[in-house]
Ligand binder design. Sequence first.
Ligand code: SF4
Length: 334
Amino acid sequence: MRFPASLYISLTKCFVKNAVSGRKRFPLVLMLEPTHRCNLACAGCDRIRLHDDMQSADLSLEQCIASVKESDAPVITVTGGEPMLYKDLVPLISELLRMKKQVYFCTNGLLTESFIEEFTPNPSLTINFHLDGLEASHDSIVNRSGTFRKTVETIKLAKQRGFRVSTNTSVYKNSDIKELESLFELLAGLNIDGTLIAPAFSYESVGNDIFLDKKEIHKKFTEMAAFFKKFPFMNSPLYVDLLKGEKQMQCTPWGNPTRNPLGWKSPCYLITDKYYSSFDEMMEKTAWERYGSGNDPRCENCLVHSGYEASVMRTAFANPKDLLRLLLWNFSSR
Ligand code: SF4
């Protein structure tokens, strides 16, 4: 199977519970950002800019746990900023696992060695490393030489210690397909458990010409179509169809809500129009119909997985053929 059995159990329970209660909009993945502090300043990231603008304090451990309970999402992505700079990372992840959550801990890999040495591997915990290319490209995107080598060494250590390991790659205008193929070959050789790939989102605050528009996304991902059969991707086949331009979907921004030091971010992980102090308020007061392709010009080129993987589930439940395809994909390793 492509994911741990505990993930399927958690998601099934979540769907059944919400179907029984008649709740139409509910989250699958909470994007929890306990800190916006980071030890890198990546070209395509707006979080460092948010922190610089607002000088926001980190969330407390209690605020993190309360937010997890508020959202009731079965999957928690601990991201940031760099979570290794968050002083309560170990108690936070321990508590999330105790709460039977599926945890994805996203890191740039520079400081992660101490976590790997201290923490006990758990099938419900995946360490997700950021890698956008081979050495020269990745180090240039993250603005620090030596990052690629250190991250690869840390991935090897994590695998030796028995952790589930995945990687996350953003695709930019100048990402080279041959180079990405070499990166995925290298990662498959390290026996990682999965890879995520998505077009980078064009944040207004980042404001430079490194992002792909929708046509360019379709072209690039069509050229990469063979990768999805060759490497252990965690992108579902329906989402890959969307990236290739072979399927249309509306986004599901409430599927991956974001809680960070500034509050509950509305409407989504990518656009920030307002912060709310509670999850319920964010769900009730966000005018969801104003967002998505055709409704908001900022959404026109967005095809990121945090906006669309929940749409994949909605699409699959509405079409038995798509559902069967998704099930078969889940039971395969490629
Ligand atoms: S399409 Fe717009 S609202 Fe939907 S996830 Fe993307 S940026 Fe957010």
